[in-house]
Ligand binder design. Structure first.
Ligand code: SF4
Length: 445
């Protein structure tokens, strides 16, 4: 966990020699805490202090990366408990489990790999396949891994107990860096050797917090740095409690043995496949690192991916589309020019309504710094000047036969100012809601 300026100050020489370029050690400490200075600027920091300061600069939850053919599934590096404190950084990768006893692992992997949805201009996809050695046969396990690798470029989680099964599977993993799941009290020494040999992250499975932390400590002491935690719980209450305690201990107490992403298996904690997405949704919010589903359907996956996208969107950086002129349904010169802002959800609300109604239009997207219409207007980011600028920079005038723009109804107050800013143009006020645009356009084409 990051140290405060005062905590850093206590580790500095406190001689105020000014060689770092700051008038006092305290001023330098404050800059270090704000990450506006580098420790090496002070030549007098002791080795012990250096180590403490460097350790404190490590993220409280280690970043774990699984990779295949350049595609990655990344978890960790989170620094807050609640998104509103700053943001969440690495959306929990969602995997789907197949078993080496399944007849059609390649077809399943192919279907999941092809699944992709467009959500407000963002491509949402699943992140990987977990392959389980349900047969207990190392050769069957290796064959399943080979089949999945042949059918998809998904990162992998390999689930087995026997070190020989992992060895056989890794021979067919063709350069992938999978997560090996999982070392427990009975086999961790052997699995540590496999993880070290293949430089792969290793999951540790304990029964509760203490056992999991102890196991993680043992695995780390044996030489594996990249660790994922499974504290054992599967149900709603258990996973919520343990994942919250782990995140709190890692982020607030800097408790290193639990400073790793958590893996969850929501399908094992529910009575029916229909409940799996509900538990997975809880775990996306609090605080899964990797999620392994047992069932894939496009509808369930879509709901989880959208939820995850929303939770992991930085609240301080609204998702935006590029300002400019967009064509909907092949507009003609006489088609209307509809004005909106470049907040993604606003843009897609308007464009989807007009496109869905089959009506041709020019959609003029003004740069409102990614805010929705009313928010941008209230913040002074969507006004007559910006609308006039959008009209001029896109040169929409050269594409139309009627100099007419339609303002969003929510900012009818801008009518007079836009008329002044765009002399010679007809300015109309459209409906307040995007859903009412098709009806409006039929009355006033
Ligand atoms: Fe303090 Fe080091 Fe800066 Fe000197 S160089 S003022 S000892 S922080």
């Amino acid at each position: 966990m990051a140290l405060t300026g005062l905590q850093i100050y206590k580790l500095l020489p406190q001689t105020n020699c000014k060689e770092c370029g700051f008038p006092t050690c305290l001023a330098f400490a404050m800059k270090l805490a704000a990450k506006q200075a580098e420790l090496k600027a002070c030549p007098y920091v002791s080795e012990a202090s250096k180590q403490q300061l460097e350790a404190a600069s490590q993220p409280p939850i280690r970043l774990i990366t699984l990779s295949t053919d350049g595609r990655k599934a990344v978890a960790g590096n989170e620094i807050v408990l609640f998104r509103h404190e700053k943001t969440f950084y690495n959306p929990a990768p969602i995997f789907v489990r197949v078993k080496d006893t399944d007849a059609d692992v390649a077809a399943k992997a192919k279907e999941m790999n092809a699944f992709s949805v467009d959500y407000v201009g963002i491509k949402l996809q699943l992140n990987g396949v977990a392959i389980e050695n349900a047969s207990g046969d190392a050769n069957k396990f290796a064959a399943a891994v080979e089949a999945v690798r042949g059918a998809s470029d998904f990162p992998l989680i390999l689930i087995a107990k026997d070190p020989a099964a992992f060895e056989a599977a890794m021979a067919k993993a063709k350069g992938a860096v999978p997560l090996l799941y999982a070392a427990d009290a009975s086999n961790w020494q052997k699995l540590v050797e496999v993880a070290k040999k293949f430089k792969a992250p290793l999951a540790v499975k304990g029964d509760g917090l203490e056992a999991t932390a102890n196991l993680a400590d043992q695995v780390k002491a044996a030489g594996v740095e990249d660790i994922v935690l499974d504290p054992g719980a599967r149900d709603f209450l258990g996973t919520l409690t343990l994942a919250t305690q782990i995140r709190r201990l890692a982020v607030k107490k800097n408790f290193r043995p639990l400073g790793y992403p958590v893996i969850t298996f929501p399908g094992e904690g529910v009575a029916s496949p229909d409940e799996e997405p509900v538990l997975a949704a809880q775990q996306i919010g609090k605080y899964a690192g990797f999620i392994v589903l047992d069932h894939f359907t496009p509808a369930r996956a879509y709901a989880l991916l959208v939820l995850r996208q929303n939770i992991y969107t930085d609240p301080q950086k609204p998702i935006q589309v590029k300002p400019g002129l967009y064509e909907i349904n092949a507009p003609k010169p006489e088609s209307p020019i509809l004005v909106t802002t470049n907040f993604s959800i606003t843009y897609f609300s308007v464009s989807n309504e007009v496109e869905g109604a089959g009506l041709p239009a020019w959609l003029l997207v003004a740069d409102a710094e990614g805010m929705s219409v009313l928010t941008a207007w209230a913040a002074g980011k969507f006004d007559a000047d910006r609308i006039a600028k959008a009209v001029k920079t896109t040169n929409v005038e050269s594409k139309v036969s009627r100099k007419r723009v339609v303002l969003p109804g929510a900012v009818s107050v801008l009518l007079g100012e836009v008329e002044e800013a765009l002399p010679g143009w007809q300015i109309d006020v459209g409906p307040r809601e995007a859903v009412d645009l098709p009806a409006y356009m039929k009355i006033k084409p």
